[in-house]
Ligand binder design. Sequence first.
Ligand code: LMR
Length: 407
Amino acid sequence: MFDRLDPAPADSILGLTEAFKRDPNPRKVNLAVGVYKDAQGRTPVLAAVREAERRLLAEGEDKSYLPIDGLPGLGSQVQTLLFGARHPACREGRAVTTQTPGGTGALRVAADFLARIAPEATVWLSRPTWPNHPNIFQAAGLRVDVYPYFDPATHGVDFQALLDAVAQIPSGDVLVLHGCCHNPTGADLTREQWTAVAQMAAERGILPLVDFAYQGFAQGLEEDAQGIRILADHCPEMMVASSFSKNFGLYNERAGALTLIAETDRAAAIAQGHVKRVVRPNYSNPPAHGARVVYTVLRDPQLRALWEEEVREMRDRIHAMRHLLAESLHELGAPRDFSFIVRQRGMFSYTGLTPEQVRRLRERYAIYAVSSGRINVAGLTQATVEYVAQAMVDVLTQGIPQDIPAS
Ligand code: LMR
């Protein structure tokens, strides 16, 4: 059976990390995958996480199975993080949370659940979006389509086109939105725009499904939740896929959650039962350690304050790198205006580089970016930013600068 197979294409993001690891160039820089690096170029384990792990070890973590829907108690902590302490949906028991293996796991559980309860629904994705979004929904057997989102001329959201498209989405379809730090463009909706989308979704009976992987990386943990809170105020039903990979730095622990809001507490409890029915034949029940870390940090005021400070530090460093990259590009004579990099939010910058320019960055400079032109600004450091800026200027102007060796 296996002899007949043609090679499968590499993943458009994680495949680049595999290629990066094989690259012998000592100056190589990985700006492809969305993983945060500190000023020394390391992916830190947060101090709040280390302390939570110390406590968990001291208490003695058992290795028995978690329930199908995950660690008891985690759900209410996650809901508070998402909607605030007193949101009516949470108070009324209309919100239910399932702990999942990462944010991708949350999206896949949502997809499998939707394929079960609404197999005819089309899932609408922004153009552009995270390349794994279509994979996830199609793998669950759902149809996907796209709505316009980004305007390359302004480097911002093409909001009128977006709203016009949402106005045509049939009732019962699913609208995937990025809660903040839109991946890959870094262009987010304003408060007014969220309200208009929320009203439109409610009016038309469209189900919002929010991918919320970067809470805390745009403006703050509370500020970044503005969009989902507006949706929850307007829409009787919605879903949110949370990831703790980035804001807790728990990438390989696969910690995430799927939260569902229904119109009544009864409907929420029944929906949760169906969610559990799709989890069980998939991964049975989720991994415990990362979820326990998140739970320990969120419910302890001291650890939580430490974590919030660490999220702020990560956010500030990303902002600083944005400024430095934009300034370096300007000083090195970039043939176009890159000041938009400073306005984009989250880890990514959508540079406007073409796939060919991205290929040259990789082949000539061992700088890895996604072929869409997306770079992970959080992967830059003081030590690499100028090298990257010079290489970008070079591929844009087609020349090869003399002062930077190719390898
Ligand atoms: C990314 O977009 O780089 C991250 O979300 C990591 C991933 O799984 O693709």
